[in-house]
Design a protein around this ligand. Structure first.
Ligand SMILES: C[S@@+](CC[C@H](N)C(=O)[O-])C[C@H]1O[C@@H](n2cnc3c(N)ncnc32)[C@H](O)[C@@H]1O
Ligand code: SF4
Length: 394
């Protein structure tokens, strides 16, 4: 066993780059049927399994089993459950899976059935994260979401019947969404009693269809004050319903309902990202020959066709990578962990006493926690998390 890595957990991310329709706001590496010429779902599964074979050889002496697995996308459930199960079996064969592993798949409410969810649960999946986004028809239309709101309740009931934990994803700040629309979505989520909720402020990237609509003046952006009110409403209603925030955009019923895979990213644990455009990270460790290997992050070629072609030729799908020195790692820790309710140890930002005092005086950091040596965001701080990170990290 490579002891230097033994202290960190290991997880596997699998990127599935297919969707039935591309939503106008979405900037993820995903392709609708008309956009993905030359790359099939069968070819993708074969290529992803080949990448796993290469991965094992790239981690000599490392015997860690995966403690978490996350199938994200795209829409992983565009693959048949048998294909998702084959990929999970590939992970078992390559790294092994801990007995208590968390295994999540993202899904669109329309892309799962009672049968598919039962099959996934029998094969070892433990959790499903459903893209609900909103419960309000005009908001769903603006987001190009194709699902019928009633399918969310069906999918949640089917997932629960299969014994899966359920997370629901919401987006707020959609053009034309009012505070009362947002309240209706939050109330609908709470009525469905998921174990976990993620609520993201809509980001409109320039290269997307919605970005073009914005440029042409066809949609109006939500003003930042309204978005802040929406965040506060989410936190109030979710807290009243028994959910606690544990990361700026994430709430869970119990500590055990937090997404362990995402927690591992935020705490700079190790992970291998399989699939087109997937990112991987391995922290500093000792090679079995004794050489010290610095922390490294790398990412795969983005297009599914290029990804499959590289692997078919027996090559690595890596596009580029970078080594991280201890200062890079410290900055990354501040940026990621400050967004967690557990906060960061004050030692991580030594020499920034003035910035800390200002952030406490402005109500962004919790003063009592700071006295005990931990920097934690207040609710106001969560609204301005990026500003707090900039003040502390750079
Ligand atoms: C990559 S999607 C995968 C899940 C699934 N394809 C779906 O959309 O239901 C994960 C989540 O990212 C969020 N998301 C995607 N694009 C976003 C954007 N531009 N702004 C904010 N959130 C976004 C959505 O809430 C979505 O559920
Ligand atoms: S379904 Fe999800 S991944 Fe696919 S385009 Fe829409 S938001 Fe993006």
């Amino acid at each position: 066993m490579n002891t230097a890595v033994g202290a960190r957990d290991f997880g596997v991310y699998v990127h599935v780059p297919f969707c039935s329709v591309r939503c106008g706001y979405c900037d993820f590496n995903t392709y609708a049927p008309g956009e993905v010429e030359g790359a099939t779902r069968e070819g993708y599964v074969e290529a992803a399994l080949r990448e796993m074979d290469l991965a094992r050889a790239a981690m000599p002496g490392d015997t860690r089993a995966a403690r978490t697995v996350f199938f994200g996308g795209g829409t992983p459930t565009m693959l048949d459950s048998s294909a998702l199960i084959a990929l999970l079996d590939g992970i078992r064969g390559t790294w092994g899976l801990s007995a208590d592993a968390e295994v999540t798949t993202e899904a669109n409410p329309d892309s799962v059935t009672k049968e598919s969810l039962h099959a996934l649960a029998r094969a070892g999946f433990t959790r499903v994260s459903l893209g609900m986004q909103s419960a309000v028809p005009h908001v769903l239309r603006t987001l190009d979401r194709t699902h019928n709101p009633a399918n969310v309740a069906r999918a949640v009931a089917a997932a629960r019947d299969a014994g899966l934990k359920v997370s629901l994803d919401l987006i707020y700040g959609t053009p034309g969404e009012s505070l009362s629309d947002w309240r209706a979505s939050l109330e609908a989520v709470i009525a469905l009693e998921p174990d976990h909720v993620s609520a993201y402020a809509l980001v409109i990237e320039p290269g997307t269809r919605m970005g073009a609509q914005l440029r042409r003046g066809e949609v109006q952006p939500t003003d930042p004050d309204t978005q802040a009110d929406m965040y506060e409403l989410a936190d109030t209603l979710l807290s009243e319903a028994g959910y606690s925030w544990y990361e700026v955009s994430n709430w869970a019923r119990e500590p055990g309902d937090r997404c362990r895979h995402n927690m591992a990213y935020w705490r700079s644990q190790d992970w291998w990202g399989v699939g087109p455009g997937a990112h991987s990270y391995l922290g500093p460790h000792a090679h079995p020959d004794g050489e010290q290997v610095p922390a490294r992050r790398w990412w795969n070629v983005k297009h599914p066709r290029a990804y499959a072609a590289r692997l078919a030729e027996g090559g690595s799908p890596e596009a580029e990578g970078e080594s991280l020195d201890p200062e890079d790692l410290r900055l990354e820790q501040v940026m990621l962990r400050l967004r967690l309710s557990e906060g960061i140890p004050a030692e991580l930002i030594e020499g920034r006493a003035e910035a800390v005092s200002t952030l406490i005086a402005d109500g962004l950091l919790d003063g009592a926690a700071a006295l005990r040596g931990t920097l934690k965001l207040t609710r106001r701080g969560r609204l301005l998390a990026d500003l707090a990170v900039r003040a502390l990290a750079f």
